[in-house]
Design a protein around this ligand. Structure first.
Ligand code: F3S
Ligand code: F3S
Length: 108
């Protein structure tokens, strides 16, 4: 899947969400996250990000490698203040802004 790394934090341009054909890019408080279970690897989001935050998981820059697992954990871990993981809800428009970040992002 594709991954959103640190340059998105506090930028949240959201051009990526308009490109995604399966609506699998979800909004936290300070960053967006790609659902690895829903991303179909089309790559349409990558070129539109003005800060180049998006890349395929195996091409994420080494110093941002923690964001590969972190994008996954946004959906499989129980986020602070919630009772259950987000899982694969089938579309970010359906869910709306989640308004919470993973600890990795919240602590930056
Ligand atoms: Fe973030 Fe870039 Fe999308 S800044 S919201 S990954 S267009
Ligand atoms: Fe969507 Fe980007 Fe994946 S456009 S399907 S998140 S590669």
């Amino acid at each position: 899947p594709y991954v959103i790394a640190s340059p998105c934090i506090d930028v949240m341009d959201k051009s990526c969400t308009e490109e995604c054909p399966v609506d699998c890019i979800y909004e936290g408080e300070r960053k967006l996250y790609i659902n690895p279970k829903e991303c179909i690897d089309c790559g349409a989001c990558e070129p539109v990000c003005p800060v180049e935050a998006i890349s395929q998981d195996r091409r994420v820059p080494a110093d941002d490698h923690a964001f590969v697992e972190d994008n996954r954990s946004f959906f499989v871990a129980v986020l602070p203040g919630r009772d259950e993981p987000l899982g694969a809800p089938g579309g970010s428009n359906k869910v709306g802004p989640v308004g919470i970040d993973t600890p990795l992002v919240a602590d930056r």
